[in-house]
Design a protein around this ligand. Structure first.
Ligand code: CUA
Length: 177
């Protein structure tokens, strides 16, 4: 029971203020515009990459990444293999609690097909500072075609909360001239 109940209990039968209906229309049209603009972002948004996606069992994906890392490993840093695949090669990266594995070394100006999947949880691949973001799911292998345009060291941060070690789940991609 309200302290001062409205005199007319059927308040939803009251006519709507003109200003209010105006704002409802504006908000609705803006929502529609943003919805259909998603198609435009696909073409003009450099950060929204389109991916190919395939189903794969996590152990099968792990096997592929390990074989790839063994084949092209050139060094080791902090217990993580540094892998330098030849230009144009398929490149594999995995996410798991709580690391990105292995450390990739790519060549500037060359195109690579980067495969991404998770072995356990949902993780978020966030490449910094260029701000490319992709959700990484177990059971799905995603492939993006990437051509690094600048040399340097790029950080991968996990941006989907994945448990106690989430804040430590970082990786690196190195781009050399
Ligand atoms: Cu992985 Cu957060």
């Amino acid at each position: 029971m309200a302290i001062s109940p409205p005199r007319n209990r059927l308040w939803w039968n009251e006519p709507i203020e003109r200003v209010e209906i105006g704002w409802i229309v504006v908000a609705f049209l803006w929502g529609l515009f943003m919805f259909f603009f998603m198609i435009a972002w696909h073409f003009i948004g450099g950060q929204n990459l389109s991916t190919e996606t395939y189903r794969i069992k996590p152990p099968a994906y792990e096997e592929k990444v390990v074989a790839f890392a063994e084949k092209y490993q050139v060094a080791e840093e902090d217990g993580t293999p540094v892998v330098r695949p030849p230009a144009g090669e398929d490149v594999y990266l995995l996410a798991r609690l709580w690391e990105w594995w292995p450390l990739l070394e790519l060549k500037k100006g060359q195109s690579y097909r980067i495969h991404l999947s998770s072995l356990d949880w949902q993780h978020g691949f966030s490449l910094q500072p260029v701000n490319i973001n992709i959700s990484v799911h177990p059971g799905y292998e995603q492939i993006i075609t990437l051509t690094p345009t600048q040399a340097g060291e790029f950080g991968i941060a996990c941006n989907e909360y994945c448990g106690i070690g989430h804040h430590m789940m970082t990786g690196r991609i190195r781009v050399v001239e």
